[in-house]
Design a binder for this molecule. Structure first.
Ligand code: ATP
Ligand code: MG
Length: 445
C-alpha cells in the first residue's frame, strides 16, 4: 500500500478521553473511531490487525479439529426463554422488538442458538464428538464501557461449543481448547496465562481464564512466578490424543494461578514466598465445561450405542478478538507508539522515502516496494512529500516492526537502512539484501 492512497487519519494530539495507552494509541494511529459509547468503527489500519488476529484464531481452531460456521447477531428471545436465561441475563442484554412485536435480542453469547442448531440435526452418538465455532460480533450493554475496544459494548468474539457423549469426552474437548488457545496467543506474540476462574452467568464447574499481565488490566490475579517461564513453543501436538492434551493442561495449570474470584489465601501461602505474585491482568479468553446445563432443558440429546437417549455434555470457549488488539498494544508499546509483534502487524515493513521526487530515490523505493510484494509481503510505502522527521514519527506511531529507510546519501554507496522498531537498531545493506532479510523474518510465521 502506498501511504498517499491509504486512509490513515493519525492524530497529533493525545485524545483526552483515553485513559490507557492502548486506547490512546489506537485513536492516535487512526485505527478506530468511536461511533457511540463502547461502539467503534474499525478504520483501515485497525481493521487489518483485527483480521490478522481473526485469521490466527481460525487457523488454530481448525488445526484443533473445530468446525467454523456463522450464526447471526440477532437472536429470538424464545430460545433464551427455553434455557431460562432471558430473565436471568439482566440489563446487559440488548432487547429489541420487531414490527410484528416479536422479541429479539442482540446476542451476548450463543449457547442457546448453537444448542438449537445441534438438536435440530444431530441425534446419534455416532455424530460425536463435535465442536462448532464462529467469530461474530456480540453486544453486551456494559454499564461502564471504557478503555476503547477493551471493554466495548459491541465487540468481536470467537465462541466455540463442544458436544460430547460423556463428561470424559467433554473434558478432552476442554483440554484441546486449552492447548489451542496457548498456541493461538503465542502466535500473536502474547503471553496469556491460564488461571482458575469463576463460572459466572454461563455457569460451569471447570473454567479457566487466559490473562495477559498488564498494569491496566481489570482483573486482580495471584500466581506462582514459575508459571511465567512456561511456553508452548513449536512442539508437535496430536489433538486427538487424550493423554497428550491432558499432559499439557497439567503442565500449564498445576502451579498456583487464580483470579480474585477463586483466590484462596491459604493455598497461595503454600507457594514459596519469593515466587508469590499479585498483579493485574487483561482477560483475553475463557474456557468452560458446563455438562448438561443447556442440553437438558433444551432437549439436545443423542441415542447411545445401547439405544438410550441422553443429553450431550457441552462446554463453551471464547476468545476476545477485538479486545486482543488493545491487549497486544498494552503489552507492546513505548513512548513513541505501538510495536507490533510480527505475527499480527498490519504491514510487514514500512518504506520511508527520505527525498520524494528525487529520481534515484523514488526508483529505489519503487523497486523495493515491488520486490517485497512479489514475495507475498505487504509493505507500506510512505511516498508522501513530508519531512523525514514526520515520516519517522508516523512509522513509529503505527508500530510496523521493520522499516527500510531510503535516501540519496545511502544510495550513493548502494545501501538502504533496515531498522527494528523494537530495538531501534539499524543496519545498512543493499536493497536486495533488505528484501531477503525481511522475507526471512516472516518466513514460517
Ligand atoms: P469480562 O469479565 O471481562 O466482562 P466475560 O468473562 O464476561 O468478560 P466471556 O463471556 O468469558 O467474557 O467472553 C469471552 C471473551 O470475550 C472474554 O475473555 C473477553 O476477552 C471478551 N470480552 C468479554 N466482554 C467484552 C467486552 N465488553 N469488550 C470486549 N471484549 C470482551
Ligand atoms: Mg470470561
Amino acid at each position: 500500500m502506498r501511504l498517499s492512497n491509504y486512509f490513515l487519519p493519525v492524530l497529533k494530539e493525545t485524545p483526552s478521553e483515553a485513559q490507557i495507552a492502548s486506547h490512546r494509541l489506537m485513536l492516535r494511529a487512526g485505527m478506530i473511531r468511536q461511533a457511540a459509547a463502547g461502539i467503534y468503527s474499525w478504520l483501515p489500519l485497525g481493521f487489518k490487525v483485527l483480521r490478522r488476529i481473526e485469521n490466527i484464531v481460525h487457523e488454530e481452531q481448525q488445526r484443533a479439529g473445530h468446525v467454523p460456521l456463522l450464526m447471526p447477531t440477532l437472536q429470538s428471545a424464545d430460545l433464551w426463554r427455553e434455557s431460562g436465561r432471558y430473565d436471568d441475563y439482566g440489563e446487559e442484554m440488548l432487547r429489541i422488538r420487531d414490527r410484528h412485536k416479536r422479541d429479539l435480542l442482540y446476542g451476548p453469547t450463543n449457547e442457546e442458538l448453537i444448542t438449537d442448531i445441534f438438536r435440530s440435526a444431530v441425534g446419534s452418538y455416532k455424530d460425536l464428538p463435535l465442536t462448532l465455532y464462529h467469530i461474530q460480533w456480540k453486544f453486551r450493554d456494559e454499564i461502564r464501557p471504557r478503555f476503547g475496544v477493551m471493554r466495548g459494548r459491541e465487540f468481536l468474539m470467537k465462541d466455540g461449543y463442544n458436544f460430547d457423549l460423556t463428561k470424559e469426552d467433554a473434558l478432552h474437548a476442554y483440554n484441546r481448547h486449552l492447548v489451542s488457545y496457548l498456541r493461538t496467543y503465542e502466535r500473536m506474540g502474547l503471553k496469556a496465562i491460564p488461571m482458575r476462574a469463576d463460572g459466572g452467568p454461563i455457569g460451569g464447574d471447570y473454567t479457566h481464564e487466559f490473562l495477559v499481565l498488564a498494569e491496566t488490566g481489570e482483573s486482580e490475579v495471584f500466581y506462582d512466578s514459575e508459571i511465567t517461564d512456561l511456553t508452548f513453543g513449536d512442539r508437535e501436538i496430536d489433538y486427538t490424543d487424550v493423554g497428550q492434551c491432558q499432559a499439557v493442561l497439567e503442565e500449564f495449570t498445576s502451579r498456583y494461578a487464580r483470579t480474585d474470584e477463586t483466590h484462596d489465601e491459604a493455598v497461595f501461602a503454600e507457594v514459596p514466598e519469593e515466587r508469590r505474585r499479585t498483579a493485574r491482568g487483561i482477560e483475553v479468553g475463557q474456557i468452560f465445561y458446563f455438562g448438561t446445563k443447556y442440553s437438558e432443558p433444551m432437549g439436545a440429546t443423542v441415542v447411545t450405542a445401547g439405544g438410550e437417549r441422553v443429553p450431550v455434555h457441552m462446554g463453551s470457549h471464547g476468545i476476545g478478538v477485538s479486545r486482543l488488539v488493545g491487549a497486544l498494544i498494552e503489552a507492546n508499546h513505548d513512548e513513541r507508539g505501538i510495536i507490533w509483534p510480527e505475527g499480527v502487524t498490519p504491514f510487514h515493513v514500512g518504506i520511508v522515502n527520505l527525498k520524494q521526487g528525487d529520481e534515484a530515490t523514488d526508483a529505489a523505493c519503487e523497486a523495493l516496494y515491488k520486490g517485497l510484494q512479489a514475495l507475498g509481503l505487504d509493505p507500506l510505502y510512505d511516498d508522501r512529500s513530508e519531512r523525514a522527521g514526520a515520516k519517522f514519527a508516523t512509522m513509529d506511531l503505527i508500530g510496523l516492526p521493520w522499516r527500510i529507510t531510503v535516501g540519496p546519501r545511502g544510495l550513493k554507496n548502494g545501501v538502504v537502512e533496515l531498522t527494528s522498531r523494537r530495538t531501534g537498531e539499524s543496519e545498512e545493506m543493499s536493497p536486495e539484501d533488505a528484501i531477503v532479510k525481511v522475507n526471512g523474518i516472516y518466513a514460517g510465521l
